[in-house]
Ligand binder design. Structure first.
Ligand SMILES: *Cc1c(COP(=O)(O)O)cnc(C)c1O
Length: 429
């Protein structure tokens, strides 16, 4: 693509499209991509970018993967979609079974939906409808952690951090939930009981009206890329049991190996009542999410007043997406993936370490396939974004965070190039 058509594409984009978390008048530069393969994005002008984002944490196997391509093509030849009310199909059945096999034993039922936010909506509705069904209709409130992120729809937004989630914007439309401070102990620390003092007090005072606690286990993602002590989750599970409150884990960002375990909950050995999955579920090929729950919940709901769970997306269990998800999970399981994530963590630690010496850097941390440079001041995205592109890498910072979650297949050499560019750009600020 020549320079004119590049500019034309950008001009038309800024004329017609609204990008995520973007202004439609003060338009940031967007970079046209025409193809992607392995760990590289190909820009319309022929330049290549080494991808440090996995397309918002999804493309764990990289792009244009032969096994995933084959899964899509084979399913496409059979059927791309069919309604899920009253009908079923092999990819959905196989995927549901596979998900129950790789998640904790208590999670036995899978509800498919089309995005992470909806998977969270479904989880919240399951919790509330469960309590209604078993004769506790007053249990409708939710508890969430500060710095949490659970999605952009109303229910999901109501449990996101009230400040970064801009709750004031949506005033009375947003249901008011309970918030407690996020855990402070780091990933490698023990969690002192004191850290759950606010949670204990809250549950003690209000458990009669609380349906569930929702957290992102071990890693708080879009709310700050914070890693916390797995011990927190062990104590949280005990508290929820003591106060008859359900526990929801949102593993939309952490699921499928990202933190070094298949699911982050394995760091703590804790089972939630409800689990949300999304993002890397299809290896980043298309949108699909799942909400898993225990038998107690699905039986409670099914034997309650409504007799049915009140949710049913049009594109529920989309066969193309399910077939791709099966291929992605099987591809992951067929590799020595734990060892590979360990390698990735070492490469990230090594590459990002020089950032520790920079004045503008507050913290550098890595866990599994996640590498974070936390700055002292928020970055100016408009200024910093082109600097990464000039250096041939794709990194999309937010707030004070310059971070990477590369595809699992990225080589040590490419990780070195990527992290070098990150440190270099941060040093130039
Ligand atoms: C991305 C994300 C969501 C929302 O998923 P979408 O597919 O963007 O709707 C929810 N929870 C967590 C933890 C996420 O990282």
């Amino acid at each position: 693509m020549n320079k004119n058509s590049w500019e034309q594409l950008q001009a038309q984009d800024s004329r017609y499209i609204w990008h995520p978390y973007a202004s439609a008048t003060d338009i940031p530069e967007v970079f046209p991509v025409v193809a992607a393969s392995g760990v590289r994005l190909e820009l319309a002008d022929g330049r290549e970018l080494l991808d440090g984002m996995s397309s918002w944490w999804c493309a764990i196997h990289g792009y244009n993967n032969p096994a995933l391509n084959r899964a899509v093509q084979e399913q496409l030849g059979r059927m791309s979609h069919v309604m899920f009310g009253g009908l079923t199909h092999p990819p959905a059945v196989k995927l549901a079974r596979l998900l129950t096999e790789i998640t904790p034993a208590g999670l036995q039922r899978v509800f498919f939906s089309d995005s992470g936010s909806v998977a969270v909506e479904v989880a919240l509705k399951m919790a509330i409808q469960y309590w209604y069904s078993v004769g506790r209709p007053d249990k409708q409130k939710l508890v969430a952690l500060r710095n949490g992120y659970h999605g952009d729809t109303f229910g999901a937004m109501s449990v996101c951090d009230p400040v970064t989630g801009m709750h004031h914007l949506f005033g009375d439309v947003l249901p008011a939930q309970y918030f407690v401070p996020a855990p402070e102990s780091g990933f490698n620390d023990d969690c002192p009981e004191q850290e759950l003092a606010a949670m204990t007090e809250l549950l003690n005072a209000h458990h009669q009206e609380i349906a569930a606690v929702i957290v992102e286990p071990v890693v708080q993602g879009a709310g700050g890329m914070r890693f916390y002590s797995p011990g927190y989750l062990v104590q949280l599970r005990a508290l929820c049991d003591a106060f008859d409150v359900l526990l929801i884990f949102d593993e939309i960002a952490t699921g499928f190996g990202r933190t070094g375990k298949m699911f982050a909950l394995e760091h703590a050995g804790v089972e939630p009542d409800i689990l949300c999955l999304g993002k890397a579920l299809t290896g980043g090929y298309m949108t699909l999410a799942a909400t898993l729950c225990s038998e107690r919940i699905c039986i409670g709901i099914s034997e309650g007043e409504a007799g049915v769970f009140m949710h049913g997306p049009t594109f529920m269990g989309n066969p193309l997406a399910c077939a791709t998800a099966i291929a992605s999970i099987e591809l992951l399981l067929s590799q020595p993936w734990q060892r590979n994530i360990q390698r990735l963590q070492q490469a990230l630690e090594l590459g990002l370490a020089p950032a520790r010496d920079l004045d503008q850097v507050a913290d550098v941390r890595c866990l599994g396939g996640i590498g974070v440079i936390e700055l002292r001041e928020p970055v100016d995205l408009k200024q910093i974004q082109p600097l990464f592109v000039e250096r041939g890498v794709w990194i999309r910072p937010f707030g004070k965070l310059v971070y990477t979650m590369p595809p699992f297949i990225m080589s040590d050499t490419d990780v070195a190039t990527l992290t070098h560019a990150m440190v270099d750009v941060v040093a130039s600020l």
